[in-house]
Design a protein around this ligand. Structure first.
Ligand SMILES: N[C@@H]1O[C@H](COP(=O)(O)O)[C@@H](O)[C@H]1O
Length: 207
């Protein structure tokens, strides 16, 4: 299976996928065929280059400058869909991709039967959107919750609202700080993202 991975930042989750395709559970089952970022200074691009994986950058700003906010974003999304489809992926993986995927992106991918999954550092429906770890930490401090977690889910237009594929809970200890909680959640993310990809590509190759 060929994976196109979408990133925006450091790429530690991308690295866990790359490592798994080279010497882990994805070896012989999947390759990262391309890494696309919406930010040119994303460190994940360097991780990809070091692994000999082709990369590209699709920044939003030039579109906003040329076409204005609304039309710019719309054109950005339709071009993004075209770029992804042209890469002929078996699966698209959002690993720290921080741009909401609109129907202008998801519609054309669905037409091509290209599945797209995302990683989110919280449990389903708990803290959708940004700063999910900090918000969970605050809720625990207020005694509202005792655990959070991470999930891999299919992408739909509702942000972080798609059908979960893999979920893992993470207890929030009274001794935790935001940093120790982040470390625990990132550790879980690196594991469940690779497992989810393994389950999907194995199911596809068996069918
Ligand atoms: N959306 C969130 O952004 C972070 C990306 O981390 P990295 O893979 O760039 O290190 C991950 O925690 C992911 O859930």
């Amino acid at each position: 299976a060929s994976l196109v991975v979408l990133i925006s930042g450091s790429g530690s989750n991308l690295q866990s996928i790359i490592d798994a395709t080279q010497n882990g559970i994805l070896k012989g089952k999947a390759v990262v065929s391309h890494v696309l970022s919406n930010r040119k200074n994303a460190y994940g691009l360097e991780r990809a280059s070091k692994a000999g994986i082709p990369t590209s950058v699709h920044p939003l700003l030039p579109y906003k400058k040329e076409y204005g906010n609304e039309i710019g974003r719309n054109k950005y999304d339709t071009d993004l869909a075209e770029r992804i489809i042209a890469l002929k992926p078996s699966l698209v993986v959002c690993a720290g991709w921080m741009h909401i995927l609109s129907p202008e992106v998801l519609g054309p991918l669905e037409k091509q039967k290209i599945g797209i999954i995302n990683l989110h550092p919280a449990l389903p429906g708990a803290f959708n959107g940004i700063h999910a770890i900090e918000r969970a930490f605050e809720a625990a401090r207020e005694g509202k919750i005792t655990k959070t977690g991470a999930m891999v889910h299919w992408v739909i237009t509702e942000v972080d609202g798609g059908k979960p594929i893999l979920i893992q809970e993470v207890p929030i200890e009274s001794s935790d700080t935001v940093e120790t909680l982040e470390d625990k959640i990132h550790g879980v993310e690196h594991k469940i993202l690779v497992e989810a990809i393994h389950n999907i590509v194995s199911a596809t190759s068996d069918s």
